[in-house]
Design a protein around this ligand. Structure first.
Ligand code: PMP
Length: 369
């Protein structure tokens, strides 16, 4: 009985032989591999979370607010303040991480017999969640420099008429933000093919040199912007993602969301974090400076670097990418091999962590030359 494996079980055919998503969680001194924010939450916020959660604990015998109205109102306020476009509670929906937001969107707009497209390399979970929801996946093209090849992308959309189109801006793992004109061209191509959903995944937008594409939702009911508190808010452990869109999209995802999916503890914690937005965004400014320092230093050392609007930097190029990853790890620094041939990705950490990384790649450069 002990030798039974996943594929011996009567699982769905499309899951057979597949591996779960997972970056290595290794115990090394410097971990710069999962695009987390390196700064722990500030102590006054930790205290505020404790207060809010204590209050929530007194009511845990009851189900939480199923519609998370207070939280969505505060998220709408945050977006209105930072993204240059007024949104209200009716435009915002929240779930356990933006992964769950994406899953709910695919359950609603994708599903068996339907197709989704993304332009790869990009966030691999878009394709994996598509598979998990029975949605077909189309891997769309990119240019050599990892920007979206608008001509090829619009052609692929016109030919394949996907039901859901993913655009990640800033893109993960490459780092570059997408121009509004590109999103508009893809949106037009998608709607010309057939009415369908376009999702702009802005998980890293707070780190961008440019502005959010949120204002584009105005007058475009099939355009959704997804966001997360995992990166800029430094709260990856909280599991809180959200979207902004036309109120009809918010109504539509209710058809698939589990009742009471956002626990009272999650809602209380997220509300506490939103009270401390200004402090948390000050950390984002520091991280942006550190990101720009990493870009400058890596280029100075002779590495190639993809322009970054995120809290990570893609650098290369290497003949033996995985060998280089291992050599950096041997020096106590964990970066990410996303499977993009020739390239690795490093997350911007604290100045000390980044120094450790820069020391490692400085030594390595001598070895590689
Ligand atoms: N979108 C992108 C582009 C990401 O890189 C990530 C996390 N790595 C997510 C969404 C998911 O984030 P979360 O579920 O933590 O909100």
């Amino acid at each position: 009985m002990n030798d039974i494996r996943i594929d011996d079980l009567p699982i769905r055919d499309e899951l057979k032989g597949k591996s779960p998503y997972g970056a290595p969680q290794l115990d090394v001194p410097v971990r710069l591999n999962t695009n987390e924010n390196p700064y722990p939450l500030p102590e006054p916020l930790v205290q505020r979370i404790a207060e809010r959660v204590t209050e929530a604990a007194r009511g845990l015998n009851r189900y939480p607010d199923r519609d998370a109205v207070e939280l969505r109102t505060e998220l709408a306020r945050y977006l209105t303040k930072t993204a240059g476009h007024r949104v209200g509670v009716e435009n915002v929906w929240a779930a356990n991480g933006s992964n769950e937001v994406i899953q709910q969107l695919l359950q609603t707009f994708g599903g068996p017999g339907r197709m989704a497209i993304g332009f790869e390399p990009s966030y691999s979970m878009h394709g994996l969640i598509a598979r998990g929801t029975g949605t077909g996946w189309i891997s769309g093209p990119r240019n050599e420099d990892f920007t979206i090849d608008v001509e090829a992308a619009t052609k692929a959309i016109a030919e394949q008429a996907p039901d859901v189109t993913f655009i990640t801006s800033p893109n993960n793992p490459t780092g570059t933000a997408v121009e509004a004109e590109t999103v508009l061209a893809l949106y037009e191509a998608a709607q010309a093919a057939k009415p369908s959903l376009v999702v702009v995944d802005e998980a890293y937008i707070e780190f961008s040199h440019g502005a959010s594409l949120l204002p584009l939702i105005e007058g475009r009911p099939n355009l959704v912007v997804s966001r997360t508190m995992s990166k800029a808010f430094g709260a990856a452990g909280l599991r809180l993602g959200y979207l902004a869109a036309h109120p009809a999209v918010v109504d539509a995802v209710q058809l698939v969301r589990l009742p009471y999916h956002l626990s009272a503890v999650t809602q209380a914690t997220a509300l506490a974090a939103l009270e401390h937005t200004d402090t948390l965004l000050a950390y984002v400014e520091q991280l942006k400076q550190e990101r720009d320092r990493l870009v400058g230093r890596l280029r100075g050392l002779g590495y190639e670097v993809t322009p970054s609007d995120a809290n990570f930097v893609q650098f290369g190029r290497f003949d033996d990418t995985h060998g280089v990853w291992q050599k950096i790890l041997d020096r106590g620094v964990l970066v990410r091999d996303n499977g993009v041939p020739g390239w690795l990705r490093v997350t911007a950490g604290t100045p000390e962590e980044n120094d450790a990384f820069l020391d490692a790649v400085t030594e390595l450069k001598k070895e590689l030359d």
